[in-house]
Design a protein around this ligand. Structure first.
Ligand code: ZN
Length: 443
């Protein structure tokens, strides 16, 4: 009965208490201050990123990469960080290639991370009218018709446009690529990579791309200016715009047009984004209804219980430190605050038995520090001595984490930072220090 009363008062305190954030520094190897600073930066990145986890183009599996990329590009917006990582720009061009599964779709994105299957040949390839092409040029049916219409309209405005290159097979692209790489000098190779796609990585293999050059060189760039503004009305975009080399991996090519259909091409043009960016923000997205996770950072914390030190895996999340309840149970074993936790599968909750030694294997969980992890608000519930306790918890990688301060309150403990990154917990009350002997006057 006394325990019940005690527990109720603890629960009441819990409900009423507005907990001051428990701030202390996790101690890493080497310089504790530098570690704490790095950890704080990580924490800041995680906090920022948490605001974006609901974006349709936020990919949970990329969380670690977002943080790493953010740390080296603090000047980028978060939108840019997420977009660029999704494109793959945090890795070298041509690394981790993901072969396109549906190469025949009009909205297919081909770039230096997304090659077409080498065997892919588009259907419905048709010859472009000789009025608008140099030699024999082919595009898919719809793209070919749109191109001819655009050329005819451009002519009315006095602009002569010709297709100098359109569909190229994988083998043809291999030839073109090889012809560009006649010099072994690495500097010229880097430049050539900016102007010529490797076989499989060229949009020309889709049958949806065309190099639309001015028929009369004396017409200078007014033709390309007209194309830039008007191509979308016919379903084309200028695929490699000026100033976007870092995103597309190609130098500006005002003549390289890509067919997307009028609606999509117009949306891409109006967005001001490259197709690489537009695709990952608007097309390659997932449904994000329901709970969205928040981003935390893994850490290790040194905790001393009645003089014995332990290192526990912890997670920094929204300004608080979260621990696994079972880890706390392990280190409180053999103390007056021992408790056991049992999963009640039927009631789907954790049953906490205060005053009972922890019964499972006495091992502490470990984790790599400084990694971004996703945490979802957990509804697992907690029952202590028959009473439900409403503690905020997060589910991280299959384990439930509770706020350290909540656990301390629940157990009637206090924790203090010793100033060196260690957390000191005492389960036994220290006897009051003896009063100074006042019978002897101070010297
Ligand atoms: Zn081209």
């Amino acid at each position: 009965m006394r325990t019940m009363k005690l527990f109720r008062s603890i629960a009441l305190i819990l409900c009423a208490v507005l907990i001051t954030s428990f701030i202390y520094q996790a101690k890493g190897e080497g310089d504790a201050v530098a570690y704490a600073m790095a950890q704080n930066t990580l924490e800041c990145c995680a906090a920022e990123l948490s605001a974006c986890t609901g974006y349709p183009y936020y990919k949970n599996e990329n969380t670690d990469r977002y943080i790493n990329y953010r740390l080296i590009h603090m000047d980028y917006t978060l939108d840019a960080v997420i977009s660029y990582v999704n494109i793959g720009l945090d890795r070298y061009f041509y690394s981790n290639p993901e072969v396109i599964a549906s190469p025949g779709s009009t909205d297919v994105l081909v770039n230096k991370y997304r090659p077409l299957p080498s065997s892919y040949i588009p259907q419905n390839l048709e010859k472009i009218s000789s009025k608008y092409s140099y030699g024999t040029q082919k595009m898919t049916h719809t793209a070919r018709r749109a191109f001819e219409k655009m050329c005819a309209d451009a002519k009315k405005h006095g602009y002569g446009i010709l297709a100098s290159s359109s569909y190229r097979s994988y083998d043809k692209q291999a030839e073109v690529y090889a012809s560009f790489f006649t010099q072994a000098d690495p500097a010229s190779v880097a430049v050539q990579e900016l102007i010529c796609a490797r076989p499989g990585y060229s949009e020309h293999q889709t049958g949806l791309a065309v190099d639309a050059v001015r028929a009369t060189p004396s017409q200078n760039n007014t033709v390309y200016k007209w194309l830039f503004k008007n191509a979308c009305k016919y379903g084309f975009i200028v695929r490699y715009p000026i100033g976007k080399e870092g995103v597309t991996g190609y130098a500006n090519e005002p003549w390289h047009l890509r067919y997307l259909g009028v609606e999509l091409a117009t949306a891409v043009y109006n967005s001001g984004l490259t197709y690489d960016e537009y695709y990952i923000r608007e097309i390659d997205i997932s449904d994000k209804s329901g709970d969205v996770p928040v981003v935390g950072v893994t850490a290790h914390s040194q905790i001393s219980i009645d003089g014995t030190s332990y290192q526990l895996s912890a997670v920094w999340l929204s300004g608080n430190t979260y621990y696994k309840l079972r880890d706390i149970a392990v280190i409180l074993n053999n103390t007056s605050k021992a408790f056991d936790i049992v999963w009640d599968g039927e009631a789907k909750r954790i049953d906490m038995r205060l005053g009972v030694p922890y019964s499972a294997a006495l091992t502490l969980s470990a984790s790599d520090t400084g990694h971004a992890v996703l945490a979802s608000a957990s509804q697992s519930g907690l029952q202590a001595l028959g009473c439900a306790v409403d503690l905020k918890a997060y589910s991280i990688g299959g384990a439930t984490y509770f706020k350290l301060q909540d656990i301390m309150n629940l157990l009637g403990l206090t924790a203090a930072d010793d100033g060196a990154g260690n957390l000191i917990i005492k389960t036994v009350s220290i006897a009051a220090a003896p009063l100074p002997d006042t019978s002897v006057p101070p010297g």
